[in-house]
Design a protein around this ligand. Structure first.
Ligand code: NIG
Ligand code: FE
Length: 402
């Protein structure tokens, strides 16, 4: 079923970075892009439908490549505590932080978790996110990690989005393993990960490498297991301190290392060498009122791909808008709008290992795109909040979300 989408300009993101075609058109065939180019060169084919996009700017569907969007409860009380001067680390040390979301998530049923996550993810979808990664990591035992991962699979069945699940069992120490980090990691590696993977619930493995979570040695144990299971790797690294997690991630050919405020130039070089994507999370940086910026100049200099993501989670980034993250990525991290856009499209696709099928508009890739009612692509990054007029197409079909 061939459709012609005409009268538009297209930010294709071809060749792995921002690139565009003005006065363009696109032909889709079923779920895929069949042809893309200047409108005057449209091939003389029979089209079942011809859609006039009224001069819109078309971009790939946005990809949110790092979220914790399934969780019980929320942490607005901790938000208030932090405004009164208590730090994230202090709250965590007193049994709040991730541990409080673990309690709420364990108490919630699968149906409750699904319902609350769908509300949040619909906000993302409405603004043009057509692919999302979602992590477990608030269950921290087999049953509850499984519950979260099953909810993530159900989200994929419910919404017209591509959904990738990441097992983040090594997110924090559960109360059952108090002061027994090594024993918990052993349990994750010998029991939880193999079983969850066998049930087809895991697309990638992540861990939190931080002084208030797991050491590089413990993370390496998780990476070794992921390799044995043939699962791709991601890592929360260098968010609050410099432990060399991002170099470790690069050594294991991780898809991405994320956060990275405290990374060193050696870490940057290691990531550049293996093509590990730097996923920057301006929402968490902003919400925790961090002051240490990721080493942007060095990342640019060494040619590391930079993705941007919401990090949607109840503790450090209750961000329901990826477009707002684009603006923050530009304002806080000095990314040019084109770089920010590449960060939620082609670079984010690389961060999920989806670059062959997603992240840019080219022949053979999925027809996932947004036609924005704007005059220039930088407006997607420029406007703060609000709802920009747009049409969202996923796998060749226009979607409407109530
Ligand atoms: O990406 N850094 C660790 N994990 C999350 C925060 C999780 C939480 O506080 O609930 C993050 O920022
Ligand atoms: Fe995170």
């Amino acid at each position: 079923m061939k459709k012609l989408w005409k009268n538009c300009h297209i930010a294709t993101m071809q060749n792995g970075q921002y690139s565009s075609i003005e006065n363009a058109a696109m032909v889709t065939d079923g779920k895929h892009i069949d042809w893309i180019g200047l409108e005057k060169d449209v091939p003389p084919l029979e089209f079942e439908e011809s859609i006039d996009l009224n001069g819109a700017w078309v971009t790939p569907g946005m990809i949110d490549c790092h979220t914790h969007s399934v969780f019980g409860g929320n942490r607005s009380v901790e938000f208030e505590q932090r405004l009164q001067g208590v730090s994230y680390a202090e709250i965590a040390a007193k049994g709040g932080g991730i541990a409080s979301t673990v309690r709420a998530t364990r108490e919630a049923t699968e149906a409750q978790l699904l319902e609350s996550a769908l509300k949040r993810i619909r906000c993302m979808l409405k603004e043009g996110v057509t692919t999302i990664e979602i992590k477990s990591g608030y269950g921290l035992d087999y049953e509850n990690e499984r519950k979260m991962l099953r909810v993530i699979r159900q989200i994929a069945q419910t919404l017209p989005m591509t959904v990738k699940s990441t097992c983040l069992a090594a997110h924090a120490l559960p109360p059952e393993f108090k002061d027994q980090g090594d024993a918990y990691i052993e349990h994750v590696c010998t029991e939880m990960l193999p079983k969850l993977h066998q049930e087809g619930l895991v697309d990638a493995v992540d861990a939190f490498c931080e002084y208030l979570a797991f050491s590089p040695e413990q993370v390496e144990r998780v990476f070794k297991t992921a390799k044995t299971l043939n699962l791709p790797i991601k890592l929360h690294a260098e968010q609050l301190s410099s432990l060399g997690g991002s170099s470790l991630a690069a050594r294991y050919h991780a898809l991405s290392a994320d956060h990275l405020e405290f990374m060193t130039e050696d870490d940057v070089k290691a990531m550049a060498e293996t093509g590990t994507v730097a996923v920057l999370l301006p929402g968490a940086f902003y919400f925790l009122r961090e002051t240490q910026l990721p080493p942007l100049e060095s990342l640019h200099k060494h040619g590391v791909r930079i993705a941007l993501s919401s990090d949607l989670n109840p503790g450090t980034s209750p961000a329901l808008s990826l477009r707002l993250m684009l603006n923050m990525g530009s304002t806080l991290f000095r990314l040019m709008p084109e770089q920010a856009l590449a960060g939620v499209t082609i670079h984010a696709a690389h961060a999920l290992g989806l670059q062959v099928t997603h992240g840019s508009l080219e022949q053979g890739k999925y027809a996932d795109f947004i036609a924005w009612d704007i005059e220039h692509p930088s407006e997607i990054v420029y406007w703060l909040g609000g709802d920009l007029g747009k049409r969202i197409v996923r796998h060749g079909t226009e979607i409407s979300i109530s």
